[in-house]
Design a protein around this ligand. Structure first.
Ligand code: FE2
Ligand code: FE2
Length: 437
């Protein structure tokens, strides 16, 4: 914790005073009245005199010259916690300098621990909502395959996700690879999209096109709706299809189909663009770009962002036919392709908001301890807060300290690890079992 000496006018509510200083000018040589006043108001503290000697406050005598009052007992905490009332009172009492603990550091640590604990709680709760939402997407797609569907049931879940602020938690679930790969993918993409979109637009100084989080979440979630027309055995096949195989052609038809369905459903026009264009690449000639007749320049910013999130979720999510990537590895991959396969500005915004080590990433620090990333830092994206789960010897910790790399010198992230590779099916449980301290 940082300690510093500040002038009276630099006291900020939230700081914690550990000693009153700068008294001699106003206090001068103590008279009887002052001695009494100090003994009464600072009972239990220690006084340091100008000559350096230290005495209990009630041992001060007339004629003493006072330098500092410190060692406040718990009963005088109201004289240490800087609030507006105290600052006012101090002004009239002639105390001019204070030794303070930069409460912003202390407080921000407490706040960070609180936030991290809340995130773990929310992730626990949102797991069930995410699974239900994925089931609901499946039902809607099944109903669409039969020629009829309503988005009513989805609306309720979208609201539930937003109202409980589960967006970040669903992002963490995605990082921890909990989603089934067709329907869970839709929910994750929608949640990540809604979770980052408004902040990205704020950074860009651009008015969002969606009225609220719900609208953005639903629009993102519907981007693969056209997959409803694919036979389930193809949709859920553990195989990766050959280029130009009939199955691959069906798969590549899904975005056009999504555009059509969303148009029929009179969805938000931007959602339609997102559905139709999310696989269109800047270079339309590459195999990965489809439908072939569409041009990237007609893909809206929202669509370009969604395309990045779509790939991010696909890379990190578990697929039966491939090893999945760790979230930071996926970010590096997307960064490498930004400006080539993906829109540069959209990636920049995405990385700024999701971080290069997205929440839930498992990382190893330079002292070999390991932990989960809990936040996206404001400044250097490579220095987030990490909650440690293993010590440098690889032993599991029972309590999990939060290390804020943005203020901790001498420690840094040296590599990222795949939580599933390390902990298998227990990956999410390890995260949910965090006791942040
Ligand atoms: Fe898609
Ligand atoms: Fe997708």
């Amino acid at each position: 914790m940082k300690e510093e000496v500040v002038e009276q006018d630099k006291l900020i509510p939230g700081m914690r005073i550990i000693a009153y200083q700068g008294l001699e000018a106003r206090f001068g040589t103590l008279d009887a009245e002052k001695v009494q006043w100090l003994a009464h108001n600072f009972k239990g503290t220690t006084a340091i005199k100008v000559d350096g000697s230290q005495v209990a406050i009630d041992a001060l005598k007339v004629g003493d010259r006072l330098l500092e009052i410190g060692s406040f007992p718990a009963s005088l905490l109201h004289l240490c916690e800087v609030g507006e009332g105290l600052v006012k009172a101090l002004k009239s009492q002639g105390f001019s300098r204070f030794k303070v603990q930069t409460a912003s550091a202390q407080e921000s640590h407490i706040q960070s621990v609180g936030k991290a604990t809340l995130l773990v709680e929310k992730t626990k709760k949102s797991k069930e909502t995410q699974a239900r939402a994925a089931k609901e997407v499946e039902k809607v797609m099944d109903a669409l395959a039969q020629g009829a569907a309503s988005l009513e049931s989805l609306n309720g879940l979208v609201e539930e996700i937003v109202e409980n602020s589960y967006l970040e938690a669903i992002g963490a679930l995605a990082t921890l690879k909990q989603s089934d790969y067709t329907y869970g993918h839709c929910v994750d993409v929608g949640a990540i999209f809604a979770g980052v979109y408004f902040e990205i637009q704020r950074h860009r100084g651009v008015e969002p096109v969606f009225a609220d989080l719900q609208e953005a979440l639903l629009s993102g979630l519907l981007h693969d709706l056209g997959k409803s027309s694919m036979p389930k055995d193809i949709l859920e096949s553990p195989l990766q299809f050959e280029k130009d195989s009939p199955e691959m052609r069906l798969q590549r038809g899904h975005s056009e189909k999504t555009g059509k369905l969303l148009t029929e459903m009179k969805a938000h026009p931007v959602a339609i663009n997102m559905g139709l264009y999310h696989h269109v690449k800047p270079d339309g000639d590459t195999y990965s770009s489809y439908p072939k007749n569409l041009d990237f320049k007609d893909a809206l910013f929202e669509t370009r962002l969604l395309a990045i999130i779509d790939s991010y979720q696909a890379l990190t999510g578990r697929r039966p036919f491939k090893r999945s990537w760790s979230a930071p590895a996926a970010m590096r991959y997307l960064e490498a392709l930004s400006g080539v396969e993906y829109d540069e500005e959209a990636f920049e915004g995405f990385a700024k908001v999701l971080g290069l080590f997205p929440v839930g990433s498992l990382v190893e620090l330079s002292d070999k301890s390991r932990g989960f990333v809990m936040n996206v830092p404001q400044g250097d994206l490579s220095r987030p807060q990490v909650v440690l789960i293993q010590d440098p010897e690889g032993r599991d910790l029972n309590k999990h300290p939060l290390v804020d790399l943005s203020v901790t010198q001498g420690l840094s992230i040296v590599k990222d690890l795949d939580p599933v590779e390390l902990f298998g099916e227990k990956a999410l449980d390890r995260f949910l079992a965090l006791k942040v301290g």
